[in-house]
Design a protein around this ligand. Structure first.
Ligand code: C5P
Length: 395
């Protein structure tokens, strides 16, 4: 393999292990260019890093010699992958919040390359809600955050927080450096988010969908080389990289956008499409009438996008997947939907908790072959779980 990483070593007792990582990666043909944070220099020296990596080690943001040789922006983009190992609670907090006050955090903000974090910290720190929030944010932003190992820690406590073993680190880095193009040449059409059905120019009918699960699936598909069209309702998420994003508001617009994006090899209907829309949205703002008489609005049913595409005679994708968000009797409704919608799979999840808008999820995949349950995991991990199965079905 002829690849290179930018390795950011942050402060912590596990920092010395990254020296072994540099050596192991070098044996596999991966060059490491290294940034040491100030705290990391308490544990390893720039000299030992340079001796092992065979490259200059970078430590300062505003160093005229370094900047003349290679500016920090270029440094952040010159490698195929950015690895933060060990990743302290501090660097993850900075990166999750967009802080850039030293070379390491600035490089993380400036990079356009994939980023992999290998956390190592005290078990209580790892389990702190603030760290959990930051990890969830980094994953949401598209980074990979490895789960730390569990065991006896340098501080004498026991639990998760140890730096993953070098072998696991090396395997994760090598796999991140090997582009997965199992879905190359496949066009996947996916919908996500809510739809917004106007009542008048200032009011609308919608739902709580955040779009996160659909966006995570779109990213996971693109990461495997698929050509992805994401038709999305209004959400506050950044466009996933490598995906063609088509923004719409209403269910009717979503259907039209999907139809014009066909043909596709697979259609994944993750969007929480509003079931109804007000009949004839008012062109001017509706006014209070005063008094106590009930006010009524009339609704008509929206087109069922999933059903329409499932039943398309000429352009039905090879694999059509619907989602079912239910608060009770998950299996019964999922089985019913498989039939009524005419799709190949229904991916069902229980939304009685805080799934809608939350970071974690757990799904069951219903098909003619039976049912398969995913583990409870982050929405990014659930997306990977789903996309692995899509890849198996399409190739
Ligand atoms: O019937 P229900 O809304 O529970 O079905 C959910 C599935 O159907 C989801 O995959 C959703 O994206 C899709 N759907 C649709 N058009 C609608 C309603 C739901 O595509 N009008």
């Amino acid at each position: 393999m002829d690849r290179s990483i930018l390795l950011i070593i942050t402060g912590g007792i596990a920092a010395f292990k990254s020296l072994e990582l540099i050596r192991e990666l070098g044996r596999a043909g991966v060059r490491s260019r290294v940034i040491l944070t100030k705290a990391a220099q308490e544990f390893v020296t720039p000299l030992s890093v340079s001796a092992l990596s065979g490259e200059k080690c970078f430590t300062e943001l505003f160093n005229l010699n370094d900047e003349a040789e290679m500016g920090h922006i270029e440094l952040s983009r010159s490698a195929d992958l950015v690895v933060v190992c060990p990743a302290s609670a501090d660097i993850m907090a900075k990166a999750a919040n967009g802080l850039a006050n030293d070379l390491a955090s600035t490089a993380l903000l400036a990079t356009d390359k994939p980023v992999l974090y290998a956390p190592a910290m005290n078990v209580r720190m790892w389990q702190h809600p603030a760290v959990k929030r930051n990890v969830a944010q980094l994953r949401d932003d598209g980074a990979t955050v490895l789960e730390p190992d569990e065991g006896l820690m340098a501080c004498g406590e026991f639990g998760p927080g140890r730096l993953p073993e070098i072998e696991r680190l090396k395997a994760s880095i090598l796999s991140a450096l090997t582009p997965d193009d199992t879905l190359a040449g496949k066009h996947v059409l996916i919908t996500a988010g809510p739809t917004r059905e106007p009542i008048d120019p200032v009011r609308y009918l919608t739902n709580h969908s955040s779009g996160r699960q659909g966006y995570a699936i779109a990213s996971a598909l693109a990461a495997r080389g698929a050509d992805v069209t994401l038709v999305s309702g209004p959400v506050s998420l950044p466009a996933p990289s490598g995906v063609k994003l088509v923004k719409i508001e209403t269910a009717q617009e979503m259907l039209a956008a999907c139809q014009s994006a066909l043909p596709a090899d697979a259609f994944i209907s993750v969007a929480a499409v509003a079931d109804w829309r007000p009949v004839n949205a008012s062109e001017s703002k509706l006014k209070l009438k005063g008094g106590e008489d009930p006010v009524s609005l009339q609704f008509v049913e929206n087109p069922d996008i999933l059903k329409t595409i499932s039943n398309s005679e000429t352009q039905r994708p090879e694999l059509v997947i619907g989602f079912a968000a239910e608060t009770h009797e998950l299996e019964k409704y999922a089985q019913e939907k498989l039939k009524t919608k005419g799709c190949d799979w229904i991916i069902a999840n229980d939304v009685s908790g805080d799934v809608m808008g939350g970071d974690r999820n757990q799904v069951s995949l219903f098909s003619q072959q039976g049912v398969e349950r995913s583990p409870e995991a982050s929405k990014a991990q659930i997306a990977d779980w789903i996309v692995s199965r899509i890849a198996e079905a399409l190739i």
